[in-house]
Ligand binder design. Sequence first.
Ligand SMILES: CC(C)(COP(=O)(O)OP(=O)(O)OC[C@H]1O[C@@H](n2cnc3c(N)ncnc32)[C@H](O)[C@@H]1OP(=O)(O)O)[C@@H](O)C(=O)NCCC(=O)NCCS
Length: 209
Amino acid sequence: MLLTAIAFGLRQATDMLESRPVSATVAVQEPPPTSRSAVLRALDPAMTIVSRDGVALSVRPMRRSDGPALAEAVAGLSERSRYRRFMAPKPSLSRREVATLTDVDHHAREALVAVDPHTGAWVAVARYATFPDDPRTADVAVTVADAWQGRGVGSALLELIVDRAAQEGIAALRATTLAENRPAIRLLHRLGFATTGLEHDALELARAV
Ligand SMILES: CC(C)(COP(=O)(O)OP(=O)(O)OC[C@H]1O[C@@H](n2cnc3c(N)ncnc32)[C@H](O)[C@@H]1OP(=O)(O)O)[C@@H](O)C(=O)NCCC(=O)NCCS
């Protein structure tokens, strides 16, 4: 329960993917590699990231109307990915959770969705949400569809959400993950997060923006 509260209450940060196709109309830009994860900061509103194996994905901000897609995305994740994301068993999202997770104002709370332009399927979501008592600090989280994990997508999308946080004047970022979640910890460390604490099985990390 505590971990669920962290995931949905204090953190207000979750993300997910979905296997259900959605209509994606965001233009794909040809990306010059700019980092190891080959992220492209492109022209607003169209953004593109490229997987390590060269697949270009469109990135767009989440919309409040994305609730059904989001719920289906969570259902499409493997049990392990859902558990790692929510730090508790999570077969499906409640309506309230969906409402919370799609409550993005693009300032204090932002989420970016990476979409396969060929299929329209959601590939990854990264988000941040500022803390009510500290609006210059935000919690971040990222989730990648199982078939896309290990291909650089999580790193690239997390870089974009860090950039968005910087644009909004956020000064510090925090992340919470299970201590056993080596892929998430490696990703966060590589992007400049330092471990700040361990409580039970949850690792806390932080970095300046
Ligand atoms: C954690 C997660 C977001 C990483 O995204 P990703 O796109 O797979 O990550 P990347 O491909 O960018 O790789 C990040 C690092 O993790 C490593 N990694 C990826 N998959 C791995 C795996 N299955 N086992 C071990 N390491 C793995 C990569 O080698 C890379 O490390 P390196 O750059 O030092 O070599 C993704 O695995 C995921 O969605 N997991 C489920 C949800 C979750 O745990 N979210 C984190 C909440 S903060």
